[in-house]
Ligand binder design. Structure first.
Ligand code: SF4
Length: 68
């Protein structure tokens, strides 16, 4: 596993799911959620991220709420 910025990424990661083994390994995080048809937590609004629902449907829902 190559994590060139692992420590730096961990410090700025906005995902609150702490037990995740991919935290800070952004390439693995993106690949994992892409494989699952999902979106990484860091792209959600703060409120949306905390639901841990990484579905595209949830992403759109919270993104639209943020604009109202
Ligand atoms: S978004 Fe998913 S893979 Fe990425 S750090 Fe959070 S729980 Fe882990």
């Amino acid at each position: 596993m190559t994590n060139c910025n692992l420590d730096k990424n961990k410090k700025i990661c906005t995902c609150t799911y702490e037990p995740c083994p991919r935290k800070g390994a952004c390439c693995e995080c993106i690949a994992y959620h892409h494989r699952m048809g999902e979106i990484p937590g860091c792209l959600f609004t703060k409120e949306g991220e905390r639901t841990y629902d990484r579905s595209i449907k949830s992403f759109i829902k919270f993104s639209q709420q943020n604009r109202l």
